[in-house]
Every structure is written in C-alpha cells, then in structure tokens.
Design a binder for this molecule. Structure first.
Ligand code: GLV
Ligand code: MN
Ligand code: MN
Length: 440
C-alpha cells in the first residue's frame, strides 16, 4: 500500500461542503475528495441480511419470491428510506431508490445488484453490490456531497432465477417468460406480484437506451482467479450468455427383476450416457465455454423398476451466443445416437428467459482500472463466468463491473466468503468510480 497524506483543498461555498484532497506518496493528487466507505457497516449489514430466510440448518434460503426474499427486501427498503432514497418497486419487482443531483437534466448514474440467492446460497453474491450501493449513498449523505447527476440504486428482483428484474427493465418479459415456474414454485408472474411488482404492467418498467448514463455493479468474483493471483480488484470485460434446456428422456418403465438386460429401455442409463456426452462435447473445442447437467429427476424412482422417464436440466454458457448454439447442435446429435442405441427418445425444451452475452464499456473499464490503481490496488481484466444483471443493462446503457476475491473461489454455496477488507476495497472503487463518472 502506498503511503498517503490528506490535505484540505477547497471549501465549496453555498453547499457548505468541504472537499478534502487525497495525495499519493509522490504528492500527486489522486481524487479531489477523501471519501471512504465504512467497511464495518458493510460487514454488519451483510450479517444482518443473512438472518432473513434461513432454512432448518441455518443456511441461507432467500430464494426469489419466498418469505426470506420478501422480508429481506422489506428490511433493505427501510434502510433505503432511512438514507433518503424514497424507494419504490417497479412492475418487474425491482426496488429503485433515487437521489437528486445538482442538474436534473442529466441522466442518472445507476448502480446496485440483487439480494435474492440460490437455494443454500451464500451471503455475498449480489448482497455485496447491493449493500455497497447503499453505502455509497450513506457516505455521500454523511459528507453532504451532492453529485451533478441524479443517482439511482437498483436492487433487481429474482436475479438468480434468470435475471428476471433486469430483463423486465431492459426488454420486458415474454408471456412464456412470465409463465415459467421459478425456484419458489410460483410462476414468474405470481412471484413478481408477491414482491410488489405488477406482471400485467411489465412494459411500464422498461427503460430506454440513453435513459441511464451508466450502470455499475460491484460483485464477488465467484471464482478463484483473483485470490490465486493475489489481485485485489477485477475489471470485468465481458459477461457470458446463458441458455437452459429441459431434457426429457423417455424409455419404458418395467420390472427390474424379470426384464433381461438386453430387453430394457432404461431412460436413466441413456441419461447417464447423455451427461457424459455433454461433458465430452463441451471439452472437445478450445475456449472457456462451460456446460452442465445440474438437475435430474427419475420416474418412477424405485429400486425394482427400470427408469421409464428422466428429466434433466442442461445449461451452456459462453461469451459467444453462436458458440453456445453450435455446441448445442453437437449435443443434440450425440443424444440422437444414444436414443437409437438405447431404444429411448430425447426431447429438448429450450427454456424462456435466456441471457445474451454482453461486453462492458471500454471507457468505464479504464475508469475502474485507474481508480483502483490510484487507491493502491492491484487489478486484473477478466471475464465473468457468472451471469449478472449488468449484462442486460448493457442493452440500454454503458455498464461496468468491479470484482473482488472470493475465498477459495467458492460461490453459490453456504461456504461463500469474501474478506471485509476486500469488500471495503471494492466499495471504495465503486464510490470513486461513481464520482469520476459524475464528473464526466
Ligand atoms: C447467477 O449467479 C448465475 O451465474 O447463474
Ligand atoms: Mn450475483
Ligand atoms: Mn448468483
């Protein structure tokens, strides 16, 4: 860490604001403010939010549209109210808080993330970006700083179940998308209603290209690269596209004792060959593409019955939408071969609410990189293998993402952890990047 000295520089009369300059060890001016987030408050709020929606094992269950999500959102909205953000819920179920700028004609700078989680999820995915967005507002309030641009804190609804809130904001939701069952058991439409949105009025939540000056999201890396390379801040260049298919394998359920091995139509046996084939296809080409069969259900599911039907969830991710489609075609071909040799059938149902890959804005990437370096942090440009609301916001605004290390690269798990120091670093980069974007 560089040694720094603080000097008083200006007094902004009229606003009664004192601006303090931050000097590097070389005496070079870094920022014309000395604002710093309160890392302990971030940590406390992460812990506080983690209390909502725990399962019987004390693990997180703030799955979108469930009781924990609803209660966590209410808690968060109260904090936003206390911070003067006057939060409201749009038709898609997103919580939006606004802070006036000096110039109401300027487009708002937006930032935020999500507070819903996967089943048995961790306490940092989405929550860090959400709580840090609020922290930025608290620090500006405490220091009586008014930005030129209006500011918006956005807490997106149901990120984990298909970035539903950010899709509602950027492109609306399709009928099929609204009818899709969410992890909570409710359809997306029912879930949106449960969190205070209005699925009948989704177009009202749509923001147009140019409505927002920039969107920034701080997030944990969710992988192990930053920790392994001992880097403090990741500057995200691109976010992967994600497509899901329900795979239905049908064989014939029959007696497991009296049906000889050569007379079976075992759907689970075919499914197991399929899972292996997915892995082979994904690994057959160079690149960072990933493919996963992440869920499976067997019918009828008994010791003594040959499985007649299997339902699986297939997911493919890559930075190229074209590559995802090519890989899927290859997987379909392999499935046809398995079907023919196992006397089963394979059917693929492409799921609604896919996510397109997105690139972040090059100028914002540089702003984050410079800001982080000025604060004395090491940086790395990197891809995001996880999906994020920012990738949809990229359709209507320049976006950027700041990553901080995840301990052991563990995420979507109860064991997810990010050190307070790393969260604080990321939040300080977020704060200074917002102020830098504000100055244009
Ligand atoms: C969201 O976290 C995802 O990448 O699935
Ligand atoms: Mn997330
Ligand atoms: Mn996640």
């Amino acid at each position: 860490m560089k040694r720094r000295a603080f000097i008083k520089t200006t007094t902004l009369t009229g606003l009664g604001i004192t601006s303090i300059g931050l000097l590097s060890s070389q005496g070079k001016m870094l920022f014309d403010n000395n604002l710093k987030v309160n890392g302990l408050r971030i940590e406390d709020r992460i812990k506080e939010l983690a209390k909502f929606g725990q399962d019987e094992n004390g693990h997180g269950y703030r799955v979108a549209y469930t009781k924990g999500d609803i209660e966590g959102r209410a808690w968060f909205m109260q904090l936003m109210k206390n911070a003067g953000l006057n939060p409201s819920i749009d038709s898609g179920g997103n919580i939006i808080g606004k802070r006036k700028g000096k110039n109401p004609l300027l487009k708002p700078i937006a930032f935020g993330s999500h507070i819903d989680m996967v089943p048995d999820g961790g306490n940092y995915d989405g929550t860090l970006g959400s709580i840090s967005a609020l922290e930025v507002i608290e620090i500006l309030n405490e220091n009586s700083v008014i930005t030129d641009h209006p500011l918006e804190v956005i807490i997106f609804g149901n990120e984990e179940g298909g970035t539903i809130g950010s899709k509602a904001i950027t492109s609306g939701l399709t009928k099929a998308g609204l009818e899709q069952k969410s992890q909570s058991g409710l359809t997306m439409a029912e879930g949106i209603r449960a969190i205070g949105g209005n699925p009948d009025n989704i177009p009202l939540s749509i923001r147009n290209k140019g409505d927002i000056k920039a969107f920034l999201e701080l997030h944990i890396e969710q992988g192990g690269i930053l920790e392994k390379e001992n880097v403090q801040i990741g500057v995200v260049e691109g976010i992967v596209g994600i497509v899901h298919w329900e795979v239905i394998v049908e064989g014939f359920a029959n007696h497991a004792g009296s049906t000889p091995m050569n007379m079976r139509q075992d759907a689970l046996l075919a499914a197991s060959q399929f899972i292996n084939a997915v892995n082979e296809v994904i690994n057959s080409v160079k690149g960072s593409q990933v493919g996963t069969v992440g869920k499976i259900a067997v019918q009828p599911g008994a010791y003594n019955v040959i499985p007649g039907k299997v339902l699986m969830g297939l997911e493919i991710r890559d930075l190229s939408a074209e590559k995802i489609e090519k890989l899927f075609l290859e997987i379909e071909k392999r499935a046809a071969k398995i079907a023919s040799s196992s006397k089963t059938t394979f059917r693929f149902e492409r799921q609604p609410n896919p996510s397109k890959p997105a690139l972040t804005d090059k100028i914002l990437q540089q702003t984050i990189n410079k800001t982080a370096k000025s604060l004395g942090f090491t940086t790395k440009f990197m891809q995001s293998g996880a999906g994020h609301d920012a990738q949809h916001m990229a359709m209507i605004a320049p976006v950027a993402m700041i990553f901080v290390p995840s301990l052991g690269g563990i995420s979507h798990s109860y064991n997810e952890f990010t050190k307070t120091e790393d969260m604080t670093n990321g939040a300080n980069v977020l704060l200074q990047t917002i102020l830098s974007v504000d100055k244009g």
